[in-house]
Each structure stands twice: as C-alpha cells, then as structure tokens.
Design a protein. Structure first.
Length: 220
C-alpha cells in the first residue's frame, strides 16, 4: 500500500450512498449469467433487484479493476482508432434511482457536466479535496439531472452532506441505476468528466492514478 492509499485507509466513517447493507457482485466477463442481459438496462435492473433481495442487501458493490462486457454496445469505449476500453477503474454501487448520494469527504465542486450518450456517465459531479497535504478528487457519475441544476463550481460540501441523487436509465447512460464512484489523484485538464474505463495498455497508469475506492469506503 502506497502512502496515498494509507491516507485513504485512515479516513473513517466514509459513506457515499444512503444504504446500510451491502453485498459484492461480480460483473466481470467470467460471469456468464450476464451474457444475455448486461446490455439491457431493464433486464439488468431486474437481475440486480433479485440479487439484492436474495442477499438481503440494500446495495451491491464492486467492479474495480474488473474487465466487463457491459461496454461493448457503446462507441464511447470501442472506436476504430484506439484500443478497446473494457476494464472498470471505479467502484459501482448498484441501488435504486433517487437514492441519496453523499459527499465522501469535505470538498468543493471542481466541475460538473451532463455526459450524454449510451454508456456514458450522464449527470456527473467532481469534488476537489484538500486534506492535510493531500489534494485529490472524487467523481460521482450516473446522477439525476436535478443533481446538477442548482450547484455551482466552488460550492463547498461537508463529509456526509447530501450531494446528489441517482438517475435512472433515461439519463444515466442507459444503465440500471447505480453510482460510479472514483478517486482521482491528478485530474489533468478534464472538466466534469474523467475516464472510468480503460484499456489493458493503459491499466497500470490508471490503477496508480485512481486507487481502489474501497480502501476509503471499506465495504464488506
């Protein structure tokens, strides 16, 4: 564990969605039960609802450094000029639309945007954090449109304060409702957006720049 990950691990009682019980879920290419439903938001939402009910959980989580078939339907991840991007580098928390999203830590709004198109983030907020000597960012994707209607760049949020609500498939990139949560050390020139899926060629860079969010959240 590097010093930044040790810093993240030292943060306690971090919560980003309004849920009490969690179960991990495998959405990788090895989960063959998803082959016929992964690209259908309605069927996938039914799958997740049944999975949560069967595990007596409020939310399912997972996906960091996970290779997925979810992105094959979208040109965002599969254009002719670059390597296929199919490795997820954030943490997904699958739960119903309109679920409240909280600021993970004290921070301010760095940027926000409505990233449209199938497979994209939909409404997205990025917070900037300066804690002790560490400056970094957290990204919250697949939000509701209402979440970005009233905020402004520079708005301050306290740890655990309501930041947003989750969107549904009509606005969130045509996914079953969930939060894409990502930690970013160097955001470069990105504004209201940052890659959440990468190619195998670029994986080492993104694993370094975007450490596992579960080091911070400590979900089990």
């Amino acid at each position: 564990m590097n010093p930044f990950e040790t810093f993240l691990q030292s943060q306690t009682d971090v919560k980003v969605i309004d849920a009490k019980t969690f179960v991990s879920v495998d959405l990788s290419v090895s989960n063959t039960s998803l082959s016929d439903i992964a690209t259908d938001a309605e069927k996938f939402e039914d799958y997740l609802e049944n999975y949560l009910a069967g595990n007596n959980a409020d939310a399912a989580f997972g996906g960091y450094n996970e290779q997925r078939n979810l992105y094959k339907r979208s040109g965002i991840f599969n254009d002719e000029e670059s390597d296929e991007r199919d490795i997820h580098i954030g943490l997904d928390l699958w739960i119903a639309a309109e679920t409240i999203v909280f600021a993970a830590l004290d921070g301010k709004v760095h940027s926000f945007d409505y990233n449209t198109g199938i497979g994209n983030y939909g409404p997205t907020i990025i917070l900037e954090h300066q804690i002790a000597n560490e400056k970094f960012y957290t990204l919250y994707g697949h939000l509701s449109l209402e979440s970005i209607e009233e905020i402004e760049i520079g708005d301050a949020f306290k740890k655990g304060q309501k930041l947003a609500t989750l969107g549904d498939a009509s606005v969130n990139g045509d996914y079953a409702p969930h939060l894409h949560f990502q930690i970013i050390r160097d955001i470069e020139e990105y504004f209201g957006d940052y890659p959440g899926v990468c190619s195998k060629k670029d994986l080492d860079f993104y694993l370094q720049n975007c450490p596992d969010p579960n080091v911070l959240l400590k979900l089990k």
